[in-house]
Design a protein around this ligand. Structure first.
Ligand code: HEM
Ligand code: NAG
Ligand code: NAG
Length: 331
């Protein structure tokens, strides 16, 4: 009798092991409570500095959200995007998607230095990026989620990875979907995460082709609303004005909401990569329509897809390091 009870106890204990212990104890997994013991105030410190930066400049929320994306698509979420050039390291900041475009590095520096004071050599730059992306989303009115933590920082950068893995705004639908699939993300993630373009800016150079010569026949992109296109041309001429800034969501440019999708339905998506979610694939078009109709559904999927993106091949355990300064590897 006693033996059989013990046996049952053992069985029930075994049944528990895979669902809980492995995630917490074995390296390779991220979990939201990672710093609860080692740096309990980490998340509130990140939040307060992001909040201050966004209050000063609303666009900063968009810039920080994008940094996490540009980090994760290159060698995984390992803060490789934050490294400056030095020694053998060629900074990803010089790549096509990042040059004259990626920003927010000073805010990350400020967070890092506050965290080094609070708990030296503990919180990774890669986790700071993941937390700042979540906080930026919440601060602009978007959904919240628990951020799995425990990433470590890379010992190198990849400018070729930055040029090749991050989709370009004039890539075809298929190319963009393939670039997502190579990172373990699917068409649902693609449509939901593109909803990030509900906040932030784009330079003229990122969409000029649509205004003048979309397919090389000297004509504008016919999937772009003509009145909207004419307005864009006034500040995005055929040549010059490359760096002129435009809001990605012209209705609610600094609010995280589903107007991005509503704009696509009105043929007023700014980037070609935005509008093709509606015009080139039935599955993604259906998702665009669903998110345009149902903000809660968009928010729910956005949160899920952000966690999924944040899980792209992190360095964990003893791989990589905890940088002291996010711009360089430790001496
Ligand atoms: C699906 C493929 C994507 C393409 C082709 C793309 C392309 C771009 C381009 C060209 C810009 C404007 C850059 C400039 O002109 O300076 C931009 C801005 C932005 N992107 Fe994306 N993006 C994509 C997906 C994403 C994802 C997955 C996220 C986040 C999860 C994201 C977040 C942002 C944000 C927030 C901005 C505004 C940044 C700022 O104002 O500083 N994008 N994107
Ligand atoms: C996409 O844009 C880049 C940079 O402006 C340009 O070099 C390239 O030719 C464009 N590709 C297509 C297919 O239009
Ligand atoms: C449009 O692009 C094509 C190919 O890139 C080029 O040959 C042509 O001259 C351009 N037309 C105009 C009007 O810019």
């Amino acid at each position: 009798m006693v033996k059989s009870i013990n046996f049952l106890l053992l069985l029930s204990l075994l049944a528990f092991v895979p669902s809980c212990h492995c995630k917490k104890k074995i390296g390779g997994y991220l979990y939201p409570q990672f710093y609860d013991g080692s740096c309990p105030r980490a998340q509130e410190i990140v939040q307060s500095i992001v909040a201050k930066a966004v209050a000063k400049e609303p666009r900063m929320a968009a810039s920080l959200l994008r940094l996490h994306f540009h980090d994760c698509f290159v060698k995984g979420c390992d803060a490789s995007v934050l490294l400056d050039s030095s020694g053998t390291i060629i900074s990803e900041k010089r790549s096509n998607p990042n040059r004259d475009s990626a920003r927010g590095f000073e805010v990350i520096d400020e967070i890092k230095s506050a965290l080094e004071k609070e708990c030296p050599h503990t919180v990774s730059c890669a986790d700071i990026l993941a937390l700042a992306a979540r906080d930026s989303t919440v601060l602009t009115g978007g959904p919240s989620w628990g951020v799995p933590l425990g990433r470590r920082d890379s010992l190198g950068a990849s400018i070729s990875g930055s040029n090749n893995n991050i989709p370009a705004p004039n890539n075809t639908f298929q190319t963009i979907l393939t670039k997502f699939k190579l990172k373990g993300l699917d068409i649902v993630d693609l449509v939901a995460l593109s909803g990030s373009h509900t906040i932030g800016n784009s330079r003229c150079t990122s969409f000029r082709q649509r205004l003048y010569n979309q397919t090389g026949n000297g004509k504008a992109d016919f999937t772009l609303d003509q009145v909207y296109a004419a307005e864009l041309r006034t500040r995005c001429p055929r040549s010059g004005g490359d760096q002129n800034l435009f809001v990605l969501d012209f209705v609610t440019p600094i609010k995280f909401d589903n107007f991005y999708y509503k704009n696509l339905l009105a043929n007023k998506g700014l980037l070609s990569s935005d509008e093709i979610l509606l015009t080139k694939n039935q599955v993604s078009a259906d998702l665009v329509k669903q998110y345009a109709e149902n903000n809660d559904l968009f928010f729910e999927q956005f949160a899920k897809s952000m966690v999924k993106m944040g899980n792209i091949t992190p360095l964990t355990g003893s791989r990589g390091e905890i940088r002291k300064n996010c711009r360089g590897i430790n001496k």
